[in-house]
Design a protein around this ligand. Structure first.
Ligand code: GUN
Ligand code: ZN
Length: 428
């Protein structure tokens, strides 16, 4: 059996840090990996005597944390990141639809998937829930590249049969057939999973949403991934298009899409009644603060989501988000919550970026922290390449203060190494 130990400071969460015992920090810790899984974690002085010849890599200035989880991101949109415009609907038609049209060419999809996944690893992100495009080939390309990197990834073909240019639209029937073929080809293959992915209520006919619901019942374990309640114009259009539904969430409820396997990005403008039903449905939220600020969509209400009992992860939402880094995302999550008089601490921010995301994606039995038997996806962080952060850390008052500064000031330069299932996948 191949065992390898990694000695550094270690931080992870055993649960939501509203439980005081959930955060675990070892100033001088060791993570023991066996055949790609976590075998042991603890304080170096306690574990070192038992290592018995196991090779040890030592990062004296390093901090090991679980691989980051990006709960909502669009891989074809890396080419339009930071595109100036108005708000959501105009941004979609000006930038998103034309760029996604290029993915009808498999070579564009493959080249972009490679770039995207390499950037995830560079940012310390080892798992993501990903929108591809309407083209089946664009999903095959992404899954093939994720498989080559052995990354745990969930993705799906965009379903979009109305209110989009003809060239990038499917039909209810082709969308259903192609999704089914993709599920058979990729769901549960290695570390990959499938998400049925209607873009949002505005771009799917009732028939398409009905067939999306059918895909979920026909394939237990397959996820549902879409957008919900991001922008006021979007809400008004949903009211016009679905006059028999009392609110936006009711559209997804009507077609059987509001389930514990569902992840809804944004959820900014849900009414109290929608939150209550959302909580009861067991669905999860991807909180995308960078995107929500960039498009001027609004301030997510984390307290309302938590009061409803919803699971919450963080999403970069590139390309409406301007960074693939979960550091940038933690930093803006803090600021959005501050604006709502809710001050998050470092443990909560790292929770949202790791175990919280894993819970939102239904993967917390496999990833998200260093419990024994979990898949060894982890990141070695060090601040030496960021002068401002290094200086700030030298003045840190406590481990919690150090973690908080890291969450606010970190970026891809703080990622020294990324490991996927125990194997080195990126080195700075
Ligand atoms: N709503 C529907 N499609 C999209 C998209 O591509 N990005 C964002 N941010 N919101 C959406
Ligand atoms: Zn999105």
């Amino acid at each position: 059996m191949a065992r390898q130990a990694y000695r550094a400071s270690i931080f992870h969460l055993l649960g939501d840090p509203s439980d005081d015992t959930a955060a675990q920090y070892f100033e001088d810790g060791v993570l023991v990996v066996e055949d790609g899984y976590v075998a042991e974690i603890g304080a170096w002085p306690e574990i070192a005597p038992k290592l018995d010849g196991v090779p040890v890599e030592h990062f004296p200035d390093g901090l090991i944390v679980p691989g980051f989880v990006d709960s909502h991101v669009h891989y074809p949109q890396v080419d339009i990141v930071a595109s100036r415009g108005s708000q959501l609907l105009e941004w979609l038609s000006t930038y998103t639809f034309p760029t996604e049209a290029r993915f009808q060419h498999k070579e564009v999809a493959t080249e972009t998937a490679r770039f995207f996944l390499d950037q995830l690893l560079r940012n310390g992100t080892t798992t993501a829930l990903v929108f591809a495009t309407v083209y089946k080939d664009s999903v095959d390309a992404l899954f093939a590249e994720a498989q080559a990197r052995n990354m745990r990834l969930i993705a799906g073909k965009v379903l979009m049969d109305r209110n989009a240019p003809a060239g990038i639209s499917d039909t209810a029937e082709t969308g259903y057939q192609e999704s089914r073929a993709l599920i058979r080809a990729w769901h549960g293959k290695g570390r990959l999973g499938y998400a049925v992915t209607p873009r949002f209520a505005l771009t799917s006919s009732e028939r398409q949403l009905e067939l999306a619901g059918r895909l979920l019942t026909e394939h237990p374990g397959v996820r549902l991934h879409t957008h919900l309640s991001e922008n006021h114009e979007e809400l008004a259009a949903v009211r016009r298009m679905f006059p028999d539904c009392p609110d936006y969430f009711a559209v997804y409820e009507k077609f059987g899409l509001a389930t514990p396997n569902a992840v809804f990005a944004h959820c900014i403008h849900l009414s109290p009644g929608e939150w209550t039903r959302f909580g009861r449905s067991g669905a999860a939220v991807a909180f995308c603060p960078v995107s929500n600020l960039f498009l001027g969509s609004g301030l997510f209400d984390l307290s309302a989501a938590e009061a409803a009992g919803a699971r919450v992860g963080l999403g970069t939402d590139v390309g409406a988000g301007t960074s693939l880094s979960l550091f940038a995302t933690m930093s803006d999550a803090y600021k959005v919550c501050q604006a709502r008089r809710h001050s998050l601490d470092a443990a909560k921010l790292f929770y949202l970026a790791t175990l919280g995301g894993a819970c939102a994606l239904g993967l917390d039995d496999k990833i998200g922290n260093f419990e024994r038997g979990k898949e060894a996806d982890f990141v070695v962080l060090d601040a030496s390449a960021l002068p401002m952060l290094a200086r700030r850390l030298a003045h840190a008052a406590s481990p919690a203060d150090r973690l908080f500064a890291l969450a606010m000031l970190g970026d891809d330069r703080a990622v020294a190494r990324t490991y996927v299932a125990g194997a080195l996948a990126y080195s700075r």
